[in-house]
Design a protein around this ligand. Structure first.
Ligand code: ADP
Ligand code: MG
Length: 295
């Protein structure tokens, strides 16, 4: 077995929207080893979700390679990709995405049912027990707190025993105490089961549960921090945000300069043309100043 659960090489993802191209990922190379917990941080729009979607086979890179173990995802058909996601990958989102009419147990069993597999009797209670919800299996989402709902979502993600769990802001909708409960569960999953977790977060406290933090700026990896405390991560994040702002200011400066140069070139052209027309019309090169009129 390869030691890397997921490996991205030189991944680019460009979007065309309304005639303009956006480069969401600009040459990302990253490996996520088995049994490790990685947090991904970066300013809004830096490409975190796109990175997660490309790594999870939910989106296809414009170029580059994404491997899950020995499987190259970018060359798989849609059908193979769907099966691979169902069998080998788990997801947790900020909005728990539970089905409101199903109980906790039914929501948890859903991936196996969708796969047409008979649900082994002990599997669902075991998954709910793992997330501390054994006594809530007959409750519907509306009868559960936010933290409990996210734990059901986690049980649902774990029922297939995925190699990698992707989480996009999993604690974003939770208060800090229940957020911590979910993070403790994620940590235990990595330590006890050897699952690889890749989690996008804005929260330095959440990121401090990870083994390392990868920082993204404008679709590029902008350094990593291993074993950082929440204040260390917050400090690094502030400088990463500065780097993003500076890059954008530089871009804006470059564009302004280019626009100025363009305007000057056009003004010069216009001047040249006007002078050429004047010469053709036999007009004097410089018009005499009008007489000053006394007031
Ligand atoms: P983050 O999660 O870090 O906030 P995203 O990965 O969502 O950033 O987005 C990165 C960039 O790609 C942004 O500029 C965003 O507007 C753009 N983008 C993301 N998805 C799409 C899409 N489907 N179509 C067009 N542009 C997109
Ligand atoms: Mg996002």
């Amino acid at each position: 077995m390869r030691s890397q659960a997921i490996e991205l090489r030189d991944v680019h993802r460009r979007f065309e929207a309304g005639g303009t191209a956006v480069t969401a990922l600009d040459g990302v190379t990253l490996a996520f080893p088995r049994g490790t917990f990685t947090a991904v941080m970066g300013p809004s729009g830096s490409g975190k979700s796109t990175l997660l979607h490309c790594a999870a086979g939910l989106d296809r890179p414009t170029s580059g390679s994404v491997r899950l173990g020995d499987t190259e995802l970018t060359s798989l058909s849609e059908r193979r990709l769907t099966l691979l996601r169902r069998d080998r990958i788990g997801f947790v989102f900020q909005a728990f995405n539970l089905l409101p009419s199903l109980t906790a147990a039914q929501n948890t069993a859903l991936p196996l049912r969708l796969a047409g597999r008979r649900v082994p009797r002990a599997r669902v209670p075991a998954a709910l027990r793992q997330v501390g919800l054994a006594d809530r299996s007959h409750h519907r989402p509306s009868q559960l707190s936010g933290g409990q709902q996210q734990r059901v979502a986690l049980a649902r993600a774990l029922i297939t025993r995925p190699e990698v769990l992707f989480a996009d802001e999993p604690t974003g909708a939770l208060d800090s105490r229940t957020g911590r409960e979910v993070l403790t569960l994620l940590r235990a999953l990595v330590d006890n089961e050897g699952t690889a977790i890749v989690m996008v977060t804005h929260d330095p406290v959440a990121a401090s549960y990870a083994d390392r933090v990868v920082f993204l700026v404008d679709g590029r990896v902008h350094g990593e921090l291993a074993g950082g405390s929440a204040p260390e991560i917050a400090g690094r994040m502030a400088s990463v945000e500065d780097a993003g702002r500076m890059a954008r200011a530089e871009d804006a400066g470059r564009m302004a300069r280019a626009e100025d140069a363009g305007r000057m070139a056009r003004a010069e052209d216009a001047g040249r043309m006007a002078r050429a027309e004047d010469v053709r019309a036999g007009a004097p090169e410089i018009a005499p100043l009008p007489e000053a009129t006394p007031c």
